[in-house]
Ligand binder design. Structure first.
Ligand SMILES: NC(=O)c1ccc[n+]([C@@H]2O[C@H](COP(=O)([O-])OP(=O)(O)OC[C@H]3O[C@@H](n4cnc5c(N)ncnc54)[C@H](O)[C@@H]3O)[C@@H](O)[C@H]2O)c1
Length: 214
């Protein structure tokens, strides 16, 4: 399959398609029309057709989409057909919560270790995955093929730790700290802010209240 340059907006919708198709697959559904998928996902059928046309369509007129094929192909586009080893820097509340979430493995993200500076966490393990001290990090990176580092440390430490990771070959950072990172162009940074989503919710609550007043 040939990939053209795809807009960020389309890419940002692919994980949701993948999730819904995964659920359909688990439920034993083999085929689905864009209309039925659109009802399930609450997006228009034309949006679905347009999005999937970016990748050559996947559907046959009148037959709908083959769920397994579409799920696999979107998975490939998202790079989920390969495994990605990752580590978590900062084994506090958020780092431990992420480490406890076993579903990442189902999508091919394999957590290899957590790192922290707090000696009280030394020797601890989460789901059998060890928490190591930061002074073991460089050695660990040299001896393990780690692709992604998640940063769940205080924002005051993020620049220093990100520089150390990049100097030791990390090219992908999943940043949870509220700090923008200025790193070399070949390093991919994906930042997550749960509070952004909560603020969207709050905005919608306020809008609904305003609408009721009218
Ligand atoms: N993006 C989001 O949606 C979101 C949500 C919650 C928290 N956060 C952020 O995530 C970070 C962690 O939050 P938390 O509640 O888990 O805090 P926490 O205090 O429970 O955990 C932070 C951990 O980082 C460790 N640490 C400190 N300096 C370090 C260093 N130089 N190297 C390695 N480890 C180090 C600490 O020892 C601690 O265990 C904070 O920056 C917080 O603002 C982001």
């Amino acid at each position: 399959m040939e990939h053209r340059k795809i807009s960020r907006a389309v890419i940002s919708r692919l994980p949701r398609y993948h999730r819904y198709l995964g659920d359909l697959l688990e439920a034993g559904v083999e085929r689905i029309s864009s209309n039925d998928l659109s009802k399930k996902m609450n997006v228009t059928a034309s949006q679905i057709r347009q999005d999937l046309n970016n990748f050559g369509g996947f559907g046959q007129q009148g037959y709908g989409y083959n769920v397994k094929y579409l799920y696999t192909e979107i998975g490939k586009i998202l790079g989920l057909n390969k495994t990605h080893n990752f580590i978590i820097i900062g084994a506090g509340n958020l780092g431990q919560a992420l480490a406890n979430y076993a579903s990442f493995e189902k999508s091919g993200f394999i957590l290899k270790s957590l790192f922290d500076v707090n000696p009280r966490l030394e020797g601890m393990s989460i789901r059998g995955i060890q928490v190591r001290m930061m002074d073991e990090l460089v050695d660990f990176l040299q001896n393990n093929e780690i692709e992604i580092a998640a940063l769940t440390i205080p924002k005051s430490k993020v620049v220093e730790v990100a520089d150390l990771l990049v100097a030791n070959g990390i090219k992908a950072i999943w940043n949870f700290a509220h700090m923008d990172l200025d790193l070399p162009k070949d390093v991919i940074v994906e930042s997550v802010h749960l509070s952004d989503s909560l603020m969207q919710l709050s905005y919608n609550i306020s809008r609904r209240k305003e609408a009721k007043k009218k």
